[in-house]
Ligand binder design. Structure first.
Ligand code: FAD
Length: 388
């Protein structure tokens, strides 16, 4: 039994790990010659960390996870604390810690865990054909590869998705731009063991500790799509967007390196019900593209992989067994991933001032927050995963 895995991102690598646990051979094909992640870091929440442990890659989380023990919101303008609390009750309730990690290091270590030499880089799939006997992938260099089934983990711009769905999906602009990067930990910006977020005017500045004494930072600003901004104006742009904001935000802006800071117009895709067509399954962002507002895109790719492995454990390794396992995967995942995309969209709108009255009401709630409600929300999201 052989699977073709398309994409060597978090989704593709974790899918390969899950199938390997079931004794299924995997050939992995990645479009680019060298992976350059679009973001600086990721918060892998406890559900994602549990998946990494389950897939045998827990040591990567141990090596890369930052010491995020507390959480706080500050008024962006005055800098005053709106709420501050320990994340220990969350960790106790869900049985695992969250791990903010460098994205480049995570991807690189997942690839090394599998064996870099075993991945075929520079193989961009253009289309796939399936027959009663299996699937064949056609790459843009004129080569092809065959297997018994395919896991398409080729990201939000998936080339395979249209063939699975039978129609083309458009990405939806979420009405804000995100800048993100890494800086050295500086306690004048935020405590080194805390996820700290400054909010105001529908904007957000967030800082999280990752390993090796670094902060992951991001700035969110509601803006029209397609604005022309480049690295040479990055510091001036942020200074302008956050003019009048509190001292730690100004200190952060001064600390960032424009050459290593990413600027991303944030999108999602309207959730869909079909994740599988016979012997082809979508996984990760190819199957569900979310805004990063609840930090669950990568976590849900890891969940997909764990469930995929569990489904293969229930079925015979025959061609009809493959179809049944993939159908079961679709049935197990479709509601969970739809829920996460829509939850993130709702959070995104409130955070970024889609209706400013609602956003102001949220700021007022934060001033009364003891941590209990935020932890309850995080707990529900985390425990909705397959390894609850
Ligand atoms: P990708 O990482 O996009 O990987 C797809 C791979 O497929 C790529 O390597 C690509 O080169 C390859 N590929 C593409 N097309 C082809 C082709 N035709 N043929 C072959 N290969 C192809 N998630 C979290 O869990 N927590 C967070 O805190 C978080 N923060 C985020 C912040 C930002 C700003 C953004 C944009 C996203 C964030 N996410 C977060 C989401 C997370 O990054 C994604 O959900 C995750 O990377 C999806 O992994 P993937 O493997 O499905 O897709």
């Amino acid at each position: 039994m052989k699977a073709l895995i398309i994409g060597a991102g978090i989704g593709g690598m974790s899918a390969a790990a899950a199938l390997k646990q079931q004794g299924i051979e995997c050939d992995i094909f990645e479009a680019v010659k060298e992976i350059r992640p679009v973001g600086a870091a990721l918060s892998i929440w406890s559900n994602g960390v549990k998946c990494m442990n389950h897939l045998g890659m827990g040591s990567i989380m141990d090596a890369l996870g930052g010491p995020m023990h507390n959480m706080a919101y500050h008024d962006g303008i005055t800098g005053s604390v709106m709420t501050q609390f320990s994340l220990a009750p969350l960790v106790d309730a869900v049985g695992e810690r969250p791990c903010p990690v460098s994205r480049a290091d995570l991807q690189s270590q997942m690839i090394d865990w599998w064996g870099r030499d075993l991945i075929q880089f520079g193989k961009r799939i253009e289309r796939v054909e399936q027959t009663d006997n299996g699937v064949t992938a056609f790459f843009d260099d004129g080569t092809q590869a065959s297997g018994d089934f395919m896991i398409a983990a080729d990201g939000t711009h998936s080339a395979v998705r249209t063939q699975v769905l039978g129609y083309h999906t458009e990405r939806r602009y979420a009405d804000y731009v995100n800048w993100n990067g890494l800086v050295d930990i500086d306690e004048d910006i935020a405590p080194g063991d805390q996820w700290t977020t400054f909010v105001g005017e529908g904007k957000r500045v967030s800082i999280m500790p990752i390993a090796e004494g670094r902060f992951y930072f991001f700035f969110d600003v509601p803006l029209p799509k397609g604005l022309k901004e480049d690295r040479s104006t990055l510091i001036d742009d942020l200074t302008d967007y956050f003019s009048g904001w509190a001292a730690p935000v100004q200190t952060l802006i001064k600390a960032i390196n424009p050459e290593t800071t990413n600027r991303i117009e944030i999108h999602d895709i309207e959730p869909f019900d079909t994740l599988v067509k016979d012997k082809i399954a979508l996984l990760g962002d190819a199957a569900h593209s979310t805004t990063p507002d609840i930090g669950q895109g990568g976590c849900s790719a890891l969940e997909d992989a764990v469930v995929l492995g569990q489904c293969f454990a229930h079925h015979e390794y025959t061609l009809s067994g493959v179809t049944a396992a993939l159908k079961e995967y679709e049935a197990e995942r479709r509601f969970r991933v739809k829920d996460l995309v829509l939850k993130a969209r709702k959070r995104c709108d409130v955070t970024h001032g889609k209706d400013m009255a609602e956003t102001e009401a949220w700021y007022d709630e934060l001033k009364k927050e003891t941590g209990e409600n935020i932890i309850a929300g995080l707990r529900t999201t985390i425990l909705g995963g397959p390894l609850a």
